[in-house]
Design a protein. Structure first.
Length: 323
């Protein structure tokens, strides 16, 4: 008896027969729809903020006895730091922002609280960074878990000996990302980002960072269409030229005690012309408001002791002009 299937029999669904449905949408379309993946990404640093990722400070932060060995400027009170994390989350929620809070394991490297450094979310998903310092090695793993939990696809993981930190990447127009190159992000890291963004019809423009600058975000903060805050002493000629070529209006600040000591320019743009900034910086706040920029402040003093502030601790997941 011949046990073979008749020639006219249809294949099973696993081979494309009845019941099989072909996946038709592209990854980009699926990301935009927000059903399979979370809506994420952005092409503007000033579009209304829709979703962020924060890290609850791990127990390891309270165990730091040598701040310099952990890239910090002073010892941090873990209880106060966690209270400030909660206050930052509340400040975002009051603005209608979806806040995802990840809780890394107790032994996670303490600087994991600065999530902006660990990834960049492009319009189609995240590029996972690779930190330059040995103290922060492995933080990327926890960022990857948190991104997955938030429904954000990971498009690329920077690897080899390259280094890339997300705070070195800023959109200055819808087709161009400035990448600050220095001791945190190297040329190979910038090249890895260029490869991913080329598929999304975006260009990477590298600019060298000056001495004493941690990240590009420490020098430049877009706050409105073609308008940005600039830490004048940290800005290189190449950075100024890139901004001038795009007709940016610059609100320039000198390196006073607020800018340097309290990180008053380490802000998060909530919407065009509106920022969330560190509390306790009255001169900077008056200057911003006199320039027509609406401000909201929250205490991040413990983060400042850890050598960061609002821009550093906030992982940007989604910005969009439409809700």
């Amino acid at each position: 008896m011949d046990c073979a299937s008749p020639a006219s029999a249809q294949p099973p669904s696993t081979l494309g027969g009845p019941g099989w449905s072909r996946r038709l949408d592209s990854h980009a379309a699926e990301s935009r729809a927000g059903r399979i993946w979370a809506r994420c990404g952005y092409r503007s640093e000033v579009d209304p903020l829709r979703a962020v990722l924060l890290a609850r400070p791990p127990d390891s932060m309270g165990a730091v006895t040598d701040p310099g060995a952990q890239l910090m400027t002073g010892r941090v009170d873990l209880g106060r730091l966690r209270a400030q994390t909660d206050a930052v989350a509340d400040a975002f929620r009051e603005e209608g922002v979806t806040v995802h809070v990840t809780a890394p394991p107790p032994d996670t490297p303490p600087n994991v609280i600065f999530l902006r450094d660990l990834f960049l979310v492009t319009p189609e998903g995240a590029v996972l960074g690779r930190t330059a310092s040995a103290q922060r090695a492995g933080e990327e793993r926890h960022a990857a878990l948190a991104l997955a939990e938030a429904g954000v696809p990971i498009l690329h993981t920077v690897r080899g000996t390259a280094s890339f930190e997300g705070a070195d990447a800023l959109w200055i127009d819808e087709g161009t990302v400035l990448v600050g190159t220095g001791f945190r992000t190297d040329r190979a890291g910038g090249a890895a980002l260029r490869q991913v963004l080329a598929e999304q019809r975006a260009e990477v423009l590298p600019v060298p960072l000056g001495p004493g600058v941690q990240h590009l975000l420490g020098s430049l903060v877009p706050v409105d269409a073609r308008r940005a805050l600039l830490h004048g002493a940290a800005a290189t000629d190449e950075l100024r030229a890139a901004l001038a070529a795009r007709d940016y209006e610059l609100l320039e600040f000198e390196p006073d005690e607020e800018v340097v000591g309290r990180r008053s320019l380490n802000v998060v743009t909530l919407a065009p012309g509106k920022v969330l900034m560190p509390d306790g910086c009255p001169r900077t706040r008056r200057r911003l408001e006199s320039a027509g920029i609406e401000t909201k402040a929250v205490d991040v003093g413990e983060y400042v002791r850890a050598a960061g502030a609002l821009g550093c601790l906030t992982g940007i997941l989604h910005r969009s002009a439409s809700s």
